[in-house]
Design a protein around this ligand. Structure first.
Ligand code: 13P
Length: 260
């Protein structure tokens, strides 16, 4: 069985002091990730250093940014480079989250450039894809996700693809309390795995962790994570509470211990 990655996207929450307090509490709940599980938390840029320092004593905890620029330097007011992110101690970066696609004109092309930049800088990209509700209603959700994937990974070698993480986040499930059913999640993840197989072959496709995101919480995580092609979660709201994040990590550990 593939190892799990349980990731939290804090979005625009948690300043540096709150971040330190979170990890203080979390450390009391989990001092090391369970066997077969990695953990990742992605705070805002200004809390990255605090997160990296405060989480250093937690085995299996990684820190990631929520965005990066694809250039190395220049006149890009308000932007942050891959090297700046690495300097904080972070080793992952979320790319192409639907909120960035919706509100900040992120496109498949910028997702592709950012993914390449993250890879060349040695950061693990967490590439996000997912359809809108209207697209699912029209029955074109597979097509939409395939297009995002193919464009996002254009020109990326098999060796590099192996170093990425992909998160499927149906937009209709983000922050709405409405989760994809375990069957819907599994169906899309199996489709994504098959597309990766077509692009890179089965050996690479089986190695890319596929995370589900969209209203995952301690009440529904067990069932979602039990699906064959769901290798973890990208969790928004529920990752802001140390105890609910810890519970989800615990479920992943139990599933791995049972099947791993
Ligand atoms: P919620 O878990 O709050 O629905 O957010 C999901 C998400 O967008 C994670 O990136």
């Amino acid at each position: 069985m593939r190892p799990f990655l349980i990731a939290g996207n804090w979005k625009m929450h948690m300043n540096a002091a709150e971040t330190r307090a979170y990890f203080e509490t979390f450390k009391g709940l989990v001092s090391a990730a369970p066997n077969g599980v990695s953990m990742l938390l992605c705070p805002t840029f200004t809390s990255l250093t605090a997160a990296a320092e405060a989480s250093a004593a937690i085995t299996g905890m990684h820190i990631g940014a929520q965005n990066l620029h694809f250039e190395d330097k220049g006149a890009f007011t308000g932007e942050i480079t891959a090297e700046m992110i690495k300097e904080t101690g972070a080793d992952h970066v979320i790319i192409g989250h639907s909120e960035r696609r919706q509100y900040y004109n992120e496109t498949d092309e910028t997702v592709n450039k950012k993914t390449k930049k993250a890879l060349s800088a040695g950061l693990t990209p967490v590439v996000c894809v997912g359809e809108f509700l209207e697209e699912r209603k029209k029955g074109i959700h597979f097509e939409v996700v395939k297009k995002q994937m193919v464009a996002g990974y254009e020109g990326i070698s098999a060796d590099d693809a192996k170093k990425t993480v992909l998160a499927y986040e149906p937009v209709w499930a983000i922050g709405t309390g409405e989760t994809a059913s375990p069957e819907q999640a599994q169906e899309m993840h199996a489709f994504i795995r098959a597309e990766f197989t077509a692009l890179y072959g089965a050996d690479v496709a089986t190695k890319i962790p596929l995370l589900y995101g969209g209203s995952m919480n301690a009440a529904n995580a067990d069932e979602l994570l039990s699906q064959e092609d769901v290798d973890g979660g990208l969790i928004g709201g529920a990752s802001l509470k140390p105890d609910s994040f810890q519970q989800i990590v615990g479920f992943a550990g139990e599933i791995f211990a049972k099947n791993g």
